[in-house]
Design a protein around this ligand. Structure first.
Ligand code: ARG
Length: 503
């Protein structure tokens, strides 16, 4: 058993590791396991080292450490970054978390000077900084995937410009629409999702917690603006209590992730419905479907079902963290250690769901005759018949009632509206003339809806152009940002929205 204060030897199971001084008894083994966060926070080892490099650099510049000491620490930390990237670090639960594990690794590497790294710093400002950096990297990756998925939707919309599908309200056939119009609706949703993630980034980047200390700041002459700049933040957090206890950035991230998952889930639900035998609108690719162990004929849309299902765990992460935070007095509380697992899981889940959606969609097969047929059934042209009468001067309310009577007649005869002969139509309203049938063709119906944002071919083409232009603009901005960051920083942690970042 280690003696209290015996910090020079590696912590043993049941020891009191880094803070031995005031403890006479060893930590209970279950308490140690319960308390440890290394299994989760090792995922931000790279960011922890990034924060430490900035901190050590600043300590050297401010004369808090000698230039030699700072240089030794920075060199050791960079070596550790390489080790982390090569997955060569052995993590120990006795050292509780990523911060203490890495500090121990550093000390083993550079000797006693490693113990100076924690001057003017606490794990509280350290973890708040690391977590922001780790989420920043994940947000950049998600932004890139959202961008790519929008591109896939736009390409598909272009490919399926002339495919007509039933449009639904209440999942009852309502009016025919272009499939491209339907796909571009999701493109709009994902564009707003990107906006939400960018907003999250802008606030996340506006406040660097490092230097807030445990809660009250520090008496050492640190330069918080310098560390903030080194880590790519626009400013240091203004209030040290807020700096160590704020997790809004993670909540915003989870809220944005939840909304994005909700969008993917709705799309998945449609793929599940559309690929069913009853609809038969699309066939999903073999690569993204599975069979049954008992029913040889089955082809199940498991990927779409899982995207729909995994939406629940992302919502769960949001509700979990909101609940963790709601009763906490200022400033840091250990409860907050529960913040990372759900957030990292949500990031991974969303990224994987976007990847799968973007891969699967272009490989689907669309059954255009079947969707067209479905779009002409179930009185989907009833509104157009009423519009016809309204254009002849009948008040729309009366036109609606007249067509309602025609629907009843058609239902009784077991036919569609366009199967009713002119005499029947004229019995209900003398405004009907022979040209009415031309207005009931499905293409004519779709192209008649030519109001801004409508489903007419020309309007959908305009939507396509706008969406393509916005996407190209975004790619150009990302390229400019990439060039700028290549020029200024050699080891910038930030990537850009269109890069295929993997970390
Ligand atoms: N593992 C801790 C967390 O994730 C790090 C901060 C610990 N701070 C402390 N005062 N015990 O929250």
């Amino acid at each position: 058993m280690s003696r209290p204060g015996d910090t020079a030897t590696p912590a043993k199971a049941g020891g009191q590791g880094m803070w031995g001084g005031r403890f006479a008894e060893a930590t209970d083994a279950l308490v140690q396991a319960f308390n440890a966060s290394i299994e989760v926070d090792r995922a931000m080892a790279f960011e922890d080292l990034e924060g430490s490099i900035a901190h050590a650099t600043m300590l050297g510049e401010q004369g808090i450490l000698t230039p030699d000491e700072a240089a030794t620490l920075v060199a050791g930390l960079r070596d550790l970054q390489r080790q982390v990237e090569a997955d060569e670090v052995t993590w120990s639960i006795e050292l509780e978390d990523v911060h203490m594990n890495l500090e121990r690794c550093l000390t083993e590497r550079v000797g006693a000077v490693g113990g100076k790294l924690h001057t003017a710093r606490s794990r509280n400002d350290q973890v708040a900084t690391d977590f922001r950096l780790a989420l920043r990297a994940r947000i950049h990756r998600i932004l890139a995937l959202l961008h790519e998925t929008r591109g896939v939707l736009i390409d598909l919309a272009e490919r399926h410009l002339d495919v007509i599908v039933p449009g639904y309200t209440h999942l009852q056939v309502a009016q025919p629409v272009r499939l491209s119009h339907h796909l571009l609706a999701y493109q709009e949703m994902l564009a707003r999702d990107q906006g939400r993630f960018r907003d999250t980034l802008s606030r996340l980047d506006a406040a660097c917690p490092l230097g807030a200390g445990a809660l009250a700041g520090t008496g050492f002459p640190i330069d918080r603006h310098r560390t903030a700049a080194l880590l790519g933040f626009t400013e240091p957090a203004a209030n040290s209590l807020d700096a160590v206890s704020d997790r809004d950035f993670a909540l915003e991230f989870l809220a944005a992730a939840s909304i994005a998952m909700m969008h993917l889930s709705r799309l998945s639900e449609e793929l599940i419905l559309w690929s069913s035998q009853e609809f038969g609108f699309v066939t999903l690719p073999d690569s993204h479907t599975t069979g049954s162990s008992i029913m040889p004929q089955k082809k199940n849309p498991d990927v779409s079902e899982l995207v729909r299902g995994k939406t629940g765990r992302v919502y769960g992460a949001l509700m979990g963290l909101l609940t963790v935070m709601k009763g906490l007095p200022l400033a840091y509380n250990k409860d907050m250690q529960e913040d990372k697992e759900g957030a990292f899981d949500a990031a991974e889940t969303l990224a994987t769901c976007l990847r799968l959606t973007a891969d699967m969609l272009p490989r689907w097969q669309v059954h255009a005759e079947r969707t067209r047929l479905a779009a002409t059934r179930a009185f989907s042209n009833a509104t157009d018949l009423a519009d016809y009468l309204a254009r002849k001067g009948l008040p729309f309310r009366e036109a609606h009632a007249a067509v309602g009577r025609l629907v009843a007649i058609a239902l009784e005869r077991g036919v569609d509206l366009h199967d009713l002969d002119l005499a029947t139509l004229r019995e209900v309203s003398p405004f009907f003339e022979a040209d009415v049938y031309r207005h009931l063709e499905v293409e004519a119906i779709v192209d008649a809806r030519d109001s801004y944002g409508g489903t007419a071919r020309q309007r959908v083409e305009e939507q396509l152009l706008r969406a393509r232009a916005a996407l190209a603009e975004e790619a150009a901005q990302a390229a400019t940002a990439r060039e700028a960051s290549d020029d200024t920083a050699s080891d910038d942690t930030a990537s850009d929205d269109t890069a295929q970042g993997s970390r």
